[in-house]
Design a protein around this ligand. Structure first.
Ligand SMILES: Cc1cc2nc3c(=O)[nH]c(=O)nc-3n(C[C@H](O)[C@H](O)[C@H](O)COP(=O)(O)OP(=O)(O)OC[C@H]3O[C@@H](n4cnc5c(N)ncnc54)[C@H](O)[C@@H]3O)c2cc1C
Length: 335
C-alpha cells in the first residue's frame, strides 16, 4: 500500500481560489480522473480531478477554503500494483467560463401558421393571470388566457385560499359554539358529515370560479383550455385538455401573441427523504378531506384522479454527483 497526496495542479495565474464544491469525504473510494472539488475564479470554474485510484484517507480542504497550486487536497491509499500502473499525472484541469454553465437558451423560431392571434396572452388563470388578462382587456387589448384545468382561479380559488377559508369558517363556528358555554349556552357535540362538508366547500369554490368565467366572458377575454408551451417568443402551442384534470385530447392549437404574461404559479415538491405514503398529503390532498380510516382509498384517488388545479408533487433537482455534470431534474417540474 502507498499513500499518495493529490495536489491542486497548475491552475494558471490564480493563487487564491475558493473551493465551491467538494465531492469527496474520508473513506470514499476514488478513481483517477474523478473530480475532487470545484474551484471558482472571477470568471471561470474548474473541476480538479484525482490523479490516484484508491481509498481516501484524508481530506485536507473544506468548502470555502482558498487554495493555490501545490495545495494537498486529499491523501489516497492505493495498492502498490495500482500505483505502479497509474499514469504519471492526471489530465490537466482546465478552467471553463462560468457563463458556460448558465448560458441563456437560444429562442426557437416557429415558421408555421397560427390558429389564433392576440395582442396579449396570459399563461395561467390564477389570481396573477386572470387579473392581468382582465386589466389588459379593460385597456382595450385583445386578450386570452391559457389554462390547463377546467376552471379559472388557479390554486387560490380551487385548492388554496378559498376552500381553506370555507373550511376555516366551519371550524370557527364549531369553536365559537363550544366557547359560548361559558355564557350559559351549551350545544351538543357536533357530528361531522365529511361528505356534506366537502360538498359545501366545493359549492363555495364552484360559485367563485363560475363567477370568474362570467367576468372573462363579459370582458371578451378568450379562455383557451389546454397545456401551453412556447414555440418561440411570439407563439405558444396549446395541447387541449379535458375533464376535471389535465388529460390531453390530442388536439393542438398555435396561439400567436404580441406580448405574453407568464403567470404559471407554483407547485408543491415531494421532498426526497419523505416516503411515498398515502397518509402524507400536500395541501391539495388535505383539502380533499380524506378520512384516516380511508387513507388507503384516498391515496388511490389522489394518484388516479388529480383534483382540479392540484398541486402535483414532483422531484426537485437531484444533487450533483461526485465528479459529475449532473443536475438534471428527475422529472419535469410543473411549468
Ligand atoms: C392551501 C393554500 C392556502 C392559501 N391561502 C392563501 C390565503 O389565504 N391568502 C393568500 O393571499 N394566498 C393564499 N395562498 C396562496 C395563493 O393560492 C397563491 O399565492 C396564488 O394562487 C398564486 O397565484 P398565481 O396566479 O401566481 O398562481 P396559481 O394560482 O398557481 O395559478 C397558476 C395557474 O397556471 C396554470 N398553469 C401553469 N402552467 C400552465 C401551462 N403550461 N399551461 C396552462 N396552464 C398552466 C395552473 O394550472 C394554474 O391554474 C394559499 C395557497 C395554498 C396552497
Amino acid at each position: 500500500m502507498s499513500m499518495i497526496e493529490v495536489k491542486v495542479p497548475d491552475i494558471g495565474d490564480f493563487s487564491d481560489v475558493p473551493v465551491i464544491e467538494l465531492f469527496v469525504k474520508v473513506g470514499d473510494s476514488i478513481k483517477a480522473e474523478d473530480a475532487i472539488a470545484t474551484l471558482e475564479s472571477d470568471k471561470a470554474t474548474m473541476d480538479v480531478p484525482s490523479s490516484a485510484t484508491g481509498i481516501i484517507k484524508e481530506v485536507r480542504v473544506a468548502l470555502g477554503d482558498r487554495v493555490a497550486e501545490g495545495k494537498v487536497l486529499i491523501v489516497v491509499e492505493t495498492s502498490d500494483a495500482v500505483a505502479a500502473a497509474a499514469p504519471a499525472a492526471a489530465a490537466p484541469a482546465r478552467w471553463r467560463p462560468r457563463s458556460a454553465a448558465t448560458a441563456a437558451p437560444t429562442a426557437a423560431s416557429h415558421a408555421g401558421a397560427a390558429d389564433v392571434e392576440y395582442d396579449i396572452v396570459v399563461l395561467g388563470a390564477g389570481p396573477g393571470g386572470y387579473s392581468a388578462a382582465f386589466r389588459a382587456a379593460d385597456l382595450g387589448l385583445k386578450a386570452a388566457i391559457i389554462e390547463r384545468y377546467a376552471t379559472l382561479g388557479g390554486v387560490c380559488l380551487n385548492v388554496g385560499c378559498i376552500p381553506s377559508k370555507a373550511l376555516l369558517h366551519v371550524a370557527e363556528v364549531i369553536d365559537e359554539a363550544s366557547h359560548v358555554s361559558t355564557a350559559g349556552i351549551s350545544f351538543a357535540k357536533p357530528s361531522v358529515d365529511v361528505d356534506a362538508l366537502r360538498a359545501h366547500k366545493d359549492k363555495v369554490v364552484g360559485k367563485l370560479t363560475g363567477g370568474l368565467a362570467g367576468m372573462a366572458k363579459g370582458r371578451k377575454v378568450d379562455v383557451i383550455r389546454g397545456y401551453g408551451h412556447f414555440l418561440d417568443p411570439n407563439h405558444i402551442e396549446v395541447e387541449e385538455t379535458t375533464g376535471t384534470s389535465q388529460e390531453k385530447t390530442g388536439a393542438n392549437k398555435v396561439v400567436k401573441f404580441k406580448q405574453c404574461i407568464i403567470a404559471a404559479g407554483s407547485a408543491a415538491v415531494h421532498l426526497p427523504f419523505i416516503p411515498r405514503d398515502p397518509r402524507i398529503v400536500d395541501s391539495t390532498g388535505a383539502l380533499e378531506l380524506p378520512t384516516f380510516g380511508a387513507a388507503k382509498d384516498a391515496g388511490h384517488r389522489r394518484r388516479h384522479h388529480r383534483p382540479r388545479n392540484g398541486h402535483r408533487l414532483f422531484h426537485p433537482r437531484r444533487p450533483r454527483r461526485r465528479g459529475g455534470n449532473d443536475g438534471r431534474p428527475d422529472a419535469g417540474p410543473r411549468p
